[in-house]
Write a protein that binds this ligand. Sequence first.
Ligand SMILES: CC(C)(COP(=O)(O)OP(=O)(O)OC[C@H]1O[C@@H](n2cnc3c(N)ncnc32)[C@H](O)[C@@H]1OP(=O)(O)O)[C@@H](O)C(=O)NCCC(=O)NCCS
Length: 193
Amino acid sequence: MRSSASALYNRLFRAIRYFRDLIGSISMILFKEYKIKTKSCQKSDLQQVIKIYREQLGNGAEKAIQRDQALFNKVFYIFKDDKDIVLGYCAYYIHIDLKRGKFIKVATMDSIAVDDVCKRQGIGSVLLKESINELKENNVWRIRLFVYVNNLSALNLYKKHGFKVVGMKDGICSRGSCYEMELSLNNLLEDAQ
Ligand SMILES: CC(C)(COP(=O)(O)OP(=O)(O)OC[C@H]1O[C@@H](n2cnc3c(N)ncnc32)[C@H](O)[C@@H]1OP(=O)(O)O)[C@@H](O)C(=O)NCCC(=O)NCCS
């Protein structure tokens, strides 16, 4: 009985997620690109991206990576060397939320990773900088992400680019408790005026 209830809950959860992804991807039809050092991930890049993902973060999110590429490829940033080899990536999905009676776009970072051989060379920062700028230019209200509490390199990277811890969650990061972090692009827009 309990297992059929949880199967029903999972199906419902997946259906809602699918619907929100679809609406989010439709909201990106007019998305403008400002990429300079990064590119958007094409289907042909996926194998290299998944290799980096597996080496850096383990297994389990391959389907999510494929979904992000298929539905949100303009906000799936990759960094390549001059031989066309992918050295790092940063993938987001966009959902529409309701805030004070207004529909707003929220980007969630699904995953970021850089190949071991070129860490600490600024690639993670390039991926974040260009993506934050492009999301801001496209009126995304805020960016959120989840990071394992002991992942100091990623925590430092996010803090360096202005993200703030807004909460703590269990059951999202496979390794244990994680921080929920946010960067409000709406404030940045207001600050810039
Ligand atoms: C997190 C990650 C993407 C950073 O990429 P990177 O290209 O090495 O980062 P950068 O060289 O641009 O470094 C930018 C900042 O990140 C922080 N940082 C990066 N590596 C760090 C490390 N080993 N220790 C502490 N801080 C680190 C620093 O603040 C650094 O700024 P600084 O060089 O001025 O000190 C990379 O370490 C990685 O792929 N980690 C494994 C995957 C992962 O954990 N992803 C996050 C999942 S939530």
